[in-house]
Design a binder for this molecule. Structure first.
Ligand SMILES: NC(=O)c1ccc[n+]([C@@H]2O[C@H](COP(=O)([O-])OP(=O)(O)OC[C@H]3O[C@@H](n4cnc5c(N)ncnc54)[C@H](OP(=O)(O)O)[C@@H]3O)[C@@H](O)[C@H]2O)c1
Length: 320
């Protein structure tokens, strides 16, 4: 089968298309024919080995996981003997950490994989799981409900567009911050109000929120703390300069009345099923910026690494 591989860490150009052996499903696995996958920020982190600690998972000197790609949507091509949930021909979507930048990938059936939402294309379904599950993990720390307010900074990214929609699902009052060109999009995702960061600095307007969520790793607790209500919480997605975010998360558990948190992602089937339910109920939608064929993985990756994508970037593998 065709797959995108890399044998050393480095820039997008280390990626190349290669013929590799097609995987064979174990008893508890399904073999998925990948119609669409994505290039996301996690793929870029594994490939570039930044931060350095990622090598702990992928190999100290060179990548042991040659095929990147976490999100996928496709059709079940074969199932192992013990598989009960899926049948050949099922349309599925999910997330698998590695291996999806290929024509076929194997996944244990109990991993975050589910039947695709009805009415959704493979391209859209492929983009659902990463940003939304990361956003769900972050928002789970925020006790969101009616009457609670949240400001989402970086609301136009993969995590940001998901966070706006999910915070509305939890019935919170949502203020979203993004660039001028994305104001309409973010409003259409359900934000109660939007702030254009090129026109207004939200930290200066005196408004405070129960939760401030930096969904793009570009702000800081130091600059945002005045916008967090006493007893409130500041959520980060990145380790920050010199890994100060985990240190702050530890310190603010003991000191002060505003807490910093950096949730660790945990992809579960339960979350994939929740997302499917929300999509089918019309309460969540995928935001796709650009789509590239698998052969253009280097161009797609370069675009993702500009940090300017709106929502998600798709790689099409088998056109539907
Ligand atoms: N904790 C984890 O396990 C984990 C996993 C994956 C990713 N992450 C981190 O999560 C963060 C978000 O990832 P993502 O995939 O959602 O990002 P993304 O989609 O690449 O974010 C891109 C968006 O951010 C906006 N943006 C860029 N600079 C901005 C700024 N200074 N202020 C406000 N908005 C800005 C861009 O719009 P404009 O430039 O047009 O405003 C663009 O729409 C990243 O920092 C990533 O490293 C964490």
């Amino acid at each position: 089968m065709r797959a995108v591989v890399h044998d050393r860490y480095g820039p997008p150009e280390v990626l190349r298309l290669e013929e590799v052996e097609r995987p064979v499903p174990k008893d508890d696995e399904v073999l998925v024919k990948v119609h669409a996958t994505t290039v996301n920020r996690s793929d870029c982190g594994w490939r570039s080995a930044k931060p350095f600690i990622t090598r702990y998972f992928t190999g100290l000197r060179r990548p042991k996981r040659r095929i990147l790609g976490s999100e996928l949507a496709g059709e079940v091509e074969a199932v192992g003997k013990a598989v009960t949930e899926f049948e050949v021909g099922d349309r599925v979507f999910g997330i698998n950490y590695f291996g999806a930048h290929a024509e076929f990938v194997c996944m244990p059936e109990d991993r975050p994989l589910a039947q695709m939402p009805t009415g959704m294309s493979f391209e859209e379904a492929a983009t659902v799981c990463d940003g939304a599950i990361l956003a769900l993990t972050c928002l789970s720390k925020a006790d969101l409900r009616e009457g609670r307010s949240i400001l989402i900074y970086g609301a136009s990214g993969s995590i940001g567009t998901a966070a706006v929609q999910l915070a509305k699902y939890f019935e919170a009052d949502v203020t979203a911050v993004c660039n001028t060109k994305n104001l309409e999009l973010v409003r259409s995702l359900g934000a109660d109000r939007v702030i254009d960061y090129t026109q207004e600095d939200f930290t200066e307007n005196g408004t405070t929120y129960d939760v401030v969520f930096d969904a793009v790793g570009k702000h800081s607790f130091r600059r945002c703390r005045r916008s967090v209500k006493p007893g409130g919480i500041y959520i980060e997605t990145d380790l920050g300069f010199l890994w100060h975010v985990p240190i702050l998360a530890f310190a603010t558990r003991r000191i002060g009345d505003k807490r910093v948190t950096l949730p660790t992602p945990n992809y579960t089937k339960k979350d994939v099923l929740l997302l499917r339910e929300l999509i089918e109920a019309g309460r969540y939608r995928a935001v796709v910026d650009r789509s590239y064929p698998l052969e253009q993985v280097v161009e797609a990756t370069r675009y993702v690494e500009t940090g300017q994508k709106t929502g998600n970037v798709v790689l099409t593998v088998f056109a539907a």
